[in-house]
Design a protein around this ligand. Structure first.
Ligand SMILES: *[C@@H]1O[C@H](CO)[C@@H](O)[C@H](O)[C@H]1NC(C)=O
Ligand SMILES: *[C@@H]1O[C@H](CO)[C@@H](O)[C@H](O)[C@H]1NC(C)=O
Ligand SMILES: *[C@@H]1O[C@H](CO)[C@@H](O)[C@H](O)[C@H]1NC(C)=O
Ligand SMILES: *[C@@H]1O[C@H](CO)[C@@H](O)[C@H](O)[C@H]1NC(C)=O
Ligand SMILES: *[C@@H]1O[C@H](CO)[C@@H](O)[C@H](O)[C@H]1NC(C)=O
Ligand SMILES: *[C@@H]1O[C@H](CO)[C@@H](O)[C@H](O)[C@H]1NC(C)=O
Ligand SMILES: *[C@@H]1O[C@H](CO)[C@@H](O)[C@H](O)[C@H]1NC(C)=O
Ligand SMILES: *[C@@H]1O[C@H](CO)[C@@H](O)[C@H](O)[C@H]1NC(C)=O
Length: 316
């Protein structure tokens, strides 16, 4: 409460781009992308997309780190209509001040590589890893599936703020944002100077096209619904979609990755919680809950369960 009042007072007095909370955390102001409407780039509910920018300084003045926010997906009308009323589908419901910690921190001892770079957190409000381009309108319900346009509108907004003169740049993201890194890594490079040093970092975004323990394609079905609802296929890498019998599989990093030309660092746990709970052993594949204790505590998994998980990984 004290922290919120502190921010409110400062905003009224001088509209700062950032403040420090009373426990010394860096809080960065939200920037709405005003020009996004020119591109038809909207969050699910029609609100404007947004990012948070903390300026670089010193030796990092011309270096840029962009981070996609994560937060799952919505793959059917009902889940997207629900999401549109939350912070995952609308900037109207998001916190306007984001804590910049970890790779976004400006503290040299906590974030030695990037503390003085321009650091940007791109808010996630489309529900398809910034990759869709469609719209649903039946007269009573309206949903924008405009992730691809949101991505473009953010980059175009940042270019005149210095991104177009970047010397080094890193595109990063976690979870659904980590998947967005695979999908936009080369596109990011196309906006930057030829002589810039550009790399990508996907954290926990390597979502597998893998069969579950009942041998059903649970996760493939989930993502295929997402791709079809949100109009993602047209935005997948053309070289990849031309080469596969099922072009939608290019949404999966295991297929998309070989077409990415920008240097890419992949960070992923073999037993990533989302993957384990939703792709390998979804509730539909374990109706009697034999895996519940193992899901809650991987150390409690039986040797047979560990073997089963290993097989899922090897088959991929
Ligand atoms: C911070 O955000 C508020 C609300 O979006 C805005 O009115 C204000 O101008 C922003 N401050 C700066 C320095 O951008
Ligand atoms: C930076 O982080 C270190 C380690 O946690 C801490 O001791 C120091 O006070 C922090 N510096 C600032 C300016 O917050
Ligand atoms: C429009 O779609 C929503 C969501 O599927 C549904 O609840 C609503 O009844 C539909 N309206 C019309 C007029 O079909
Ligand atoms: C990058 O993506 C945008 C859409 O977000 C598209 O308009 C543009 O043509 C793409 N650039 C390249 C070089 O593919
Ligand atoms: C927004 O669009 C206007 C008109 O096209 C343009 O002049 C302006 O530079 C744009 N602003 C940004 C931040 O891209
Ligand atoms: C790239 O080239 C431009 C124009 O020649 C130059 O100003 C800039 O410093 C170069 N950047 C790097 C990283 O060498
Ligand atoms: C999964 O596969 C089994 C047979 O292996 C089948 O009986 C079941 O209906 C499938 N479940 C789903 C959700 O597709
Ligand atoms: C496809 O690959 C060729 C050759 O590597 C490359 O020149 C082209 O830009 C790629 N196209 C796309 C859409 O990535």
């Amino acid at each position: 409460m004290k922290m919120l009042m502190f921010c409110a007072v400062l905003v009224l007095m001088c509209a700062p781009a950032y403040v420090y909370s009373d426990n010394n955390r860096l809080l960065v102001n939200m920037t709405l992308v005003r020009n996004a409407s020119l591109l038809g780039a909207y969050c699910l509910d029609g609100s404007l997309p947004a990012y948070h920018l903390h300026r670089g300084f010193g030796a990092g003045l011309n270096n840029w780190l962009l981070q996609f926010e994560g937060g799952g997906w919505c793959n059917d009308l009902n889940s997207c209509l629900d999401r549109a009323k939350t912070r995952r589908g609308s900037t109207r419901y998001m916190n306007k001040w984001e804590v910049f910690s970890g790779i976004l921190s400006n503290n040299a001892s906590l974030n030695p590589d990037f503390y003085n770079w321009n650091r940007v957190k791109i808010r996630y409000c489309d529900g398809a890893s910034f990759a869709g381009d469609a719209k649903f309108d039946n007269g009573t319900s309206l949903l924008y599936f405009r992730g691809q346009r949101i991505w473009k509108s953010v980059v175009l907004d940042l270019l005149p703020k210095g991104l177009r003169h970047a010397k080094k740049a890193l595109l990063s993201g976690c979870s659904a944002g980590g998947l967005a890194v695979f999908l936009h890594c080369d596109n990011f490079t196309s906006y930057l100077p030829n002589n810039a040093s550009i790399k990508c970092l996907s954290d926990a975004g390597f979502f597998l096209d893998v069969r579950d323990i009942m041998l059903n394609h649970t996760s493939r079905t989930f993502y295929e619904d997402l791709i079809s609802l949100q109009g993602v296929e047209q935005n997948l890498d053309k070289n990849c979609t031309m080469s596969l019998y099922y072009p939608t599989q290019c949404f999966f990093p295991q297929h998309a990755m070989r077409y990415i030309r920008t240097p890419l660092f992949v960070l992923n746990s073999a037993y990533d919680v989302y993957q384990f709970h939703h792709a390998f052993v979804p509730p539909s594949a374990d109706p009697h809950g034999h895996w519940n204790h193992c899901k809650l505590n991987p150390a409690a998994c039986s040797p047979a369960q560990i073997d089963t998980l290993q097989v899922r990984l090897f088959r991929t």
